[in-house]
Design a protein around this ligand. Sequence first.
Ligand SMILES: C[S@@+](CC[C@H](N)C(=O)[O-])C[C@H]1O[C@@H](n2cnc3c(N)ncnc32)[C@H](O)[C@@H]1O
Length: 195
Amino acid sequence: MALSPGRVHHPHTVFSAEKAGHLDTRLRRLLYRPDRLADRYVKPGYRVLDFGCGPGFFSREFAKRVGEGGRVFAVDLQEEMLSILRARMEAEGLISRITTHRCGPDTIALPDECRGTFDVAFAIFVVHEVPDPLKLFLEIFSLLKQGGMFFLSEPPFVVSGRDFEDELRCAEEAGFRVRDRRLFFVNRAAVLVKE
Ligand SMILES: C[S@@+](CC[C@H](N)C(=O)[O-])C[C@H]1O[C@@H](n2cnc3c(N)ncnc32)[C@H](O)[C@@H]1O
């Protein structure tokens, strides 16, 4: 899919579930502070979409913040990632707050009744692996409530500044407004809103 005139999106290889252990380490917790990210954007009772959740490094903190009245939808292409996530959340007593959903490579495909029900969505270090970002952003847009927020982050050693700007333009094409560009540790990040 062309992200901007003359440019074509070439998706990167999907991060292998065999390396899932690299995504849930103490070092990563120290660098990315998923607890602070959750504090900032997730409130009790929220419905949260964690797209490309992997083994649940971020989903875990979102689940702690939503409380018993909220829900985290942890969505990933790979069943192996979701099964690691379920085992970890079970062990940590958080599984009752989590729905895992295996999506297809080019569609989230949550049931229609999920449309317009999410308070916040996250896509952290995943969009560069997705074949059609515009289709993904349109789906996330339709899943969010009016006023819902979308936090997007990409690693700079994989996604150049220009490519990230292309992703943001694509998100705008899907209907989002870019509220804020920021750094997430050393990573490129933006906060988008469905107005
Ligand atoms: C680099 S990992 C990041 C995982 C997690 N967000 C984190 O930062 O800990 C990328 C994840 O996105 C998932 N993924 C890749 N392509 C996807 C797609 N088209 N739809 C859903 N998930 C996808 C991979 O299976 C992998 O779990």
